[in-house]
Design a protein around this ligand. Structure first.
Ligand code: FPP
Ligand code: MG
Length: 337
């Protein structure tokens, strides 16, 4: 269903670019849908899924879906219900990810696995994923389902590749990018592309939204990996240096290591991989990353992806919705949470 209205909602007028405040009305409706859509007779399932999905969470993926569909003229009343698919898949993947990573905290709370144990957390992730596919089926749109299933496959592949490179202290930028594209950017890209698909947009528009989302998604994970070195647990709701402790070699560290001799990198790999590293070793390495101009370099790289992504919106006429989407790129680069 397309209505050709490119004006967007008045609530998006005259607000700062790069802030999420202007999207409050969307977040409210997304959260209402999330709150009412998960129904089950099993209290354990609803306890874990509500704990994992409701409350904290940026809702960036459903927001991107809503704005992308609006950009392509979609006026269906089910837009918020459909948008929850992207938050549900995201939450499902985080439930599983926390089991894979032995994570203690998530979204400023003990990780679900820490409260209910790994088996229940995995099953709750399965439930959310199944629930998301059930909502997707309601759309009666084969292309939409194809994009979603392809995307979740990519996410799993991304996790596999990441697993294979745990403690690979010689990981290069290209392989690192392959990992973050699959595990993170693919879903953000799908949220944008599916907004176009649900609106019945021409192929060219859907492809452009897909590329826009992909580049935004890369930037998003670059900043996520940066914050892991530069932020504080109070702000991001998970411990700083978590990637290092999990053996995840990410761009800030890759940049630092690129100035080291191979023998020095081998020594670090041996120390950290074999659990010989002390808290001081971790702190020292985190400080080295913070000292080396890496913060600006990674943010600069993220900005380049956002700029590249924005070029894919050029074919859409100017509108409040487009302005909102462009503002999200700025938010992603400058975010501190
Ligand atoms: C967080 O990354 C994890 C992801 C972005 C994707 C996880 C994907 C899967 C487990 C496979 C797909 C599963 C389903 C059910 C669809 P991170 O560990 O770098 O970030 P973090 O610091 O927030 O944990
Ligand atoms: Mg993790």
């Amino acid at each position: 269903m397309r209505n050709g209205n490119h004006l967007g909602s008045p609530g998006t007028m005259n607000k700062d670019k790069g802030s999420l405040e202007q999207f409050e009305h969307h977040f409210k409706l997304i959260n209402e849908e999330l709150g009412s859509s998960i129904t089950t007779d099993f209290s354990l399932v609803s306890d874990i899924t509500n704990y994992s999905v409701l409350g904290e969470g940026k809702r960036l993926r459903p927001l991107l879906f809503v704005l992308s569909s609006e950009l392509c003229g979609y006026a269906g009343k089910d837009v918020y219900r459909i948008s929850t698919i992207f938050e549900l898949i995201h939450s499902a993947s985080l439930l599983h990810d926390d089991v894979l990573d032995n994570a203690e905290t998530r979204r400023k709370k003990p990780a679900a696995r820490n409260v209910w144990g790994n088996p229940a957390a995995v099953l709750a992730g399965d439930f959310l994923y199944a629930h998301a596919t059930a909502i997707a089926a309601e759309c009666n749109n084969l292309e939409f389902i194809k994009v979603l299933s392809h995307t979740t496959r990519r996410m799993v592949e991304g996790q596999f590749v990441e697993l294979g490179h745990t403690h690979n202290w010689h990981l290069g930028v290209d392989k690192y990018l392959d990992i973050i594209i699959a595990k993170t950017a693919a879903l953000i890209s799908a949220a944008c592309a599916c907004g176009g698909i649900i609106a019945g947009a021409p192929k060219e528009e859907v492809e452009s939204l897909k590329e826009f989302g992909l580049n935004l998604g890369i930037a998003f994970q670059l900043i996520d990996d940066l914050l892991d070195y530069t932020s504080s647990e109070e702000i991001i709701g998970k411990p700083v240096g978590k990637d290092l402790r999990e053996g995840k070699i990410t761009l800030p560290l890759i940049y630092v290591l690129s100035d080291f001799e191979k023998s020095e990198v081998d020594k670090l790999e041996h120390l950290f991989k074999n659990h010989g590293a002390t808290d001081k070793d971790y702190d020292d390495l985190i400080k080295t990353v913070r000292r080396n101009g890496v913060i600006e370099r990674v943010r600069g790289e993220a900005k380049k992806y956002v700029d590249k992504g924005e070029t894919f919106l050029e074919l859409f006429p100017e509108s409040f919705t487009k302005k909102g989407l462009l503002g999200l790129g700025e938010y992603i680069v400058n975010r501190e949470l």
